[in-house]
Design a protein around this ligand. Structure first.
Ligand code: CIR
Length: 270
């Protein structure tokens, strides 16, 4: 439908994405509940389909090599926040993931003029807790992201004209965006447990259907919405709302609490 094809909207339109191939060490990826190890071959197939979908929109996708020293490094979203004016290197709150941010920094420096970093020893923040909309940046406080990290981010992006609003990630949920995603500049897909907090007042909210909470982490990337496969009732809602949906297998990433947004950094470099 025409209302979803918004011209020049930095929150949903991107010229580039960065991904990183899953490493053999993926079987040691962090997880809240152990439901078995991911199958690397199947994850690689899902990852290839994900990249093909991004490329089908005309974007350039940079594929970084696997990093065996960091089992969770396929989840590049947590290492940086990419904005039109510059990039901010994160400080992941998971100790085993802290070094992933330094691995991403040189890549972003080749693409952006301005790259800054969260450096406070007491500051922790992961990209999965950050939802960029057209008018503001929502950051969920979580087990991985603390108030000091959010305050430091707010100071860094203020000169670029961005406002940060601190919100709360629901208890027991890994990241803020585990439970929500931006569908178009004014529309959010959310679990009911998150939208009930009122944090999306002013936005149009489409709730995932009950029992399909794991469908909330999608990405709007140019004309497509990439969503994890296997959530037919939520898919129907997105179809009915006029979005062009592409389902991507996510069974292996889901075993280590990953989803659509975690697998890429999406941006238009300045
Ligand atoms: C972790 O616990 O850090 C990884 N196993 C999953 C990270 C998912 N990232 C994201 O939602 N942005």
């Amino acid at each position: 439908m025409a209302q979803h094809k918004v011209l020049m909207s930095f929150s949903i339109q991107f010229s580039h994405a960065i991904t990183r191939r899953p490493a053999d060490s993926i079987t040691r990826g962090l997880r809240a509940v152990d439901t078995g190890n991911p199958d690397l071959a199947l994850m690689q197939a899902h990852h290839a389909a994900y990249i093909a979908a991004l490329r089908s929109t005309g974007a350039t996708v940079i594929e970084l090599p696997p990093l065996d020293a960091y089992p969770d490094s396929v989840f590049v979203e947590d290492t940086a926040l990419c904005l039109p004016q510059g990039a901010v290197i994160m400080r992941p709150g998971a100790p085993s993931r802290l070094g992933e941010a330094a691995e991403m920094a040189p890549q972003l420096r080749t693409l952006y003029r301005d790259v800054v970093a969260i450096t406070g020893a007491a500051s922790f923040i992961e990209g999965g807790d950050i939802l960029v909309t057209e008018g503001e940046i929502l950051v969920g406080r979580s087990a991985r992201t603390n108030a000091a990290g959010i305050a430091e981010l707010a100071r860094l992006v203020a000169p670029w004209g961005h406002e940060v609003r601190e919100v709360i990630t629901p208890p027991g949920v890994l990241h803020f965006k585990t439970d929500c995603s931006l569908l178009d500049p004014g529309t959010v897909l959310s679990t009911t447990r998150l939208s009930a907090s009122g944090c999306f007042s002013g936005y149009k909210v489409i709730d995932v259907t009950e029992g399909e909470e794991a469908a909330a982490n999608t990405i709007r990337f140019n004309d497509l919405v990439l969503m994890p496969a296997g959530f037919p009732r939520t898919r129907d809602r997105l179809d009915a709302a006029g979005f062009t949906v592409r389902e991507i297998g996510n069974s292996e990433c889901a075993k280590i609490d990953g989803g659509m947004s975690c697998l890429s950094l999406r941006f238009t470099p300045s």
